[in-house]
Design a protein around this ligand. Structure first.
Ligand code: ASP
Ligand code: MG
Length: 411
């Protein structure tokens, strides 16, 4: 059972969490719990490290000490939840990343989990204890604390579930499942009873924030069945069935499209009059990769005049200015005519494994957008998703139009 920041935001909510945990234990299940920091706490801690970095000679706080500071939020919630369970008469104890241990590499601030030896947790479970594991943190080979990246409490939970060979990993959160789209934009959004790992992975990476992308990837690779459900329900509440994330084969009712996702965190860079010869793309994206800029959509085509090409690509908004600097600095070396930035764009995507076997899915999307007068700037596709880049002002209109066009309000 994993509880995110809003689920452990205060003592009252922690008591509800404890009741949910107690109910599972009383039903005869062995449970391990993973908790996040209390809502807002990690942001607060990150701000402290920023301020400390400025205070010490203008250098950013070193990554290993950043981890020591920001991981402390999870330590507090693990201890408090364990205390509350003990006060209820249950046998519980907190486990920090290094105590489990959750072994990671030394990429501080975004460490990867290398191994989770299950012996100690299994022994605790065997002795009738409920382990409360601090999410988001692990320990590297040097014995230094390492954090796993923002939002990685979900990843900790899946890794622990996989190590324990758990029957299921329940992610308790502030919504009651995975929806066909963001209910704040489309009131007719429906909760999905089931969704495949692959669709969930696309949804997470295309803007849906209910689960962290890496955690879905790990669950898919390790075949850990996930369930997303509300922590605001009382134990046994029958309408809290949540959403099961599982293998495609386990989903009987096939849909062509399962969801519509969107992201406003996009910026489009257009390069005009590029020389059309081998090595040009490699030169541009090599420089961006060296600067750790994550590039998303890329479209390149020949221009009308011979020997010239145009290219458009997207990056996250916070990388836009830096990307423009890098590209502009390379103008002499690459030899293009002009570059332009547009950060008034949004990416809207439709996702569904049914696209593999159905035709006309893209046409439905383009028609729905055309009927609303929404202009498409860039299109990109994978086997199970179609994304379009549009003017950000049309985001909500586009999401609603697509939700209706695929009949998602009726599933
Ligand atoms: N507390 C961490 C964060 O806010 C990890 C998590 O909650 O998933 O990023
Ligand atoms: Mg979360």
């Amino acid at each position: 059972m994993k509880f995110g920041g809003t689920s452990v935001a205060d003592l009252e909510r922690m008591r509800r969490v404890a009741r949910l945990v107690a109910a599972e234990a009383e039903a005869g299940h062995e449970v391990a719990v993973v908790v996040s920091a209390m809502a807002g706490r990690t942001n607060e801690l990150v701000a402290w490290t920023d301020a400390a970095g400025e205070a010490t000679a203008g250098a950013p706080a070193s990554d290993d000490e950043y981890d020591v500071v920001v991981a402390s939020g999870e330590q507090v919630s693990a201890g408090l939840v364990a205390m509350i369970l003990r006060n209820m008469g249950l046998c519980a104890r907190s486990w920090l990343g290094w105590q489990v241990p959750i072994l990671t590499d030394d990429a501080h601030g975004k460490a990867r989990i290398e191994d989770v030896p299950p012996d100690k947790l299994l022994a605790a479970l065997g002795a009738g204890e409920i382990p409360i594991v601090a999410g988001f943190q692990g320990v590297d080979r040097q014995g230094r604390l390492a954090t796993l990246g923002r939002g990685a409490g979900d990843l900790s939970a899946v890794a622990v579930a996989a190590a324990l060979k758990a029957d299921r990993c329940d992610i308790y959160t502030d919504v009651d499942g995975v929806y066909t789209t963001d209910p704040r934009i489309e009131a007719k959004a429906r909760r999905l009873a089931k969704i495949s790992y692959e669709e969930m992975l696309e949804m997470a990476s295309l803007g849906a924030r209910v689960l962290q992308g890496r955690s879905v990837e790990l669950a898919m690779n390790q075949r850990v069945p996930l369930r997303v459900l509300s922590s605001f329900a009382e134990p046994g509440q029958s309408d809290n069935a949540g959403t099961i994330v599982c293998d495609e084969e386990e989903i009987v009712e096939k849909r062509v499209v399962s969801g519509v996702a969107y992201s406003r965190d996009e910026a489009k860079i257009s390069l005009f009059g590029l020389p059309d010869h081998p090595g040009v793309s490699s030169e541009i994206f090599g420089r961006l990769a060296d600067a750790n800029v994550n590039v998303d959509m890329i479209v390149q085509s020949h221009a009308r005049q011979a020997g010239a090409a145009n290219m458009e690509f997207t990056v996250g908004k916070r990388d836009a200015a830096r990307t423009m600097d890098i590209v502009t600095a390379a103008k002499g070396a690459i030899g293009f005519e002009d570059v332009a930035l547009d950060d008034n764009v949004a990416k809207v995507s439709v996702i569904g494994v049914g696209m593999r076997s159905h035709t006309g899915v893209a046409q439905t999307m383009f028609k729905a957008l055309a009927e609303r007068g929404v202009n498409i700037q860039v299109i990109s596709t994978s086997e199970i998703k179609i994304s379009v880049l549009i003017d950000v002002a049309y985001t909500e209109l586009a999401v609603r139009a697509l939700h209706a066009a695929y009949g998602l309000d009726k599933i």
